[in-house]
Write a new protein. Sequence first.
Length: 391
Amino acid sequence: MTILTWLTGPNGQLISSACVIIILLLMLFMSTRLYASYRNKRIYRLLTLTIPLFMVQNTVLAMLAYPEQKLPPWLHIVSMILQIVSFIIINFVFMKLYTHRGAQIKVMPFVLLIALTFVIAAVQSVFMDPSDDILPGGQYRLLGLDFYSLIVTFMILLGTKGTEMNGKFSASLITYFILDLSRIADGYVFHGSVNWLVLLSYFLPIVYFMQLFLLLFEWVIERLMMTYQSSITDGLTGLYNRRHFTSKAEQILRRQKGLAVIFCDIDNFKKLNDTQGHHKADVVLKQVAEIMKEESAGIGAAGRYGGEELLACISTDRVKPDRVAESIRSRVEKETIVTVSVGVSTSKDGMEVAQLIKLADEAMYHSKTTGKNKVTLFNAMPASKKKALST
């Protein structure tokens, strides 16, 4: 017996089913974690309930591959029902996951497809002749269900057009469509005589479920990244929140010889809010935040201290902080409808980040009270003024 003959026999189906079940177990683990961790309970519950149906179906397929067991013919119909229903449900789940929130995925077409599966299965069971419908290897011709599976796959594939679906999801549907075609060609045209068609029908399911696994894994990674991102950034500006900004500044202070903190406050921001509304004020705040992010990119980090107060921390090894501060002030004046008052402090031995922020805040306050739209270096302030601010 050659390896090809061995693979195209019952053992090939057994290997295929075993691999698919292992992939499904991994997917089941991820789906239960999603169900426990996120608010969209209904869709994750549906995913968690559907995966075991596929596992049962693949177990039945492995059993049916050995004709000497003489299993009842109706088990073949049950296997096909499980396959089609599970396929419909899991594609509904993935379409819900990967379609833009604004797009509506209607439930009723999927319900009708499932209902029609049972109707066709009932008709199939009535007209099924175990003696005429058997194929090489102990499989049965289930004409109605076989071709209905192909139609369902094609309809769902067409349903992805016009929606913002992930290209990888469409690729998985194409894989499944090819799988259905290979099964039909093998069962109704070549009757198991073409080895490569048999191999396709055995091993394309592994490819298909691996594609689904990667889609689900990608979804989990995206959710984790979004959760992490929301925990370290300000939702409006996209800058680091105060806690994470402090952490980034401490890292720079430990690794570099010097650190500077640039403290910016948008001038007359309350007046802007009162006269042009919160939406316009938010737009301006985002513009200033983007400028600070761009000016500190590669040399430090930017964060939101609170309200209209924004911060940047930069390493002083490569740049002069007063030039960066002046660039921020100048760009805000030219590119937006507001100005900023800026304060700058630089580190000395033994200084902590919290102290640097406090000194930069004091320098900013000096800019604010002496004309606005200017940069003040804390170290360049008169000693009397420093003392007055400190007290």
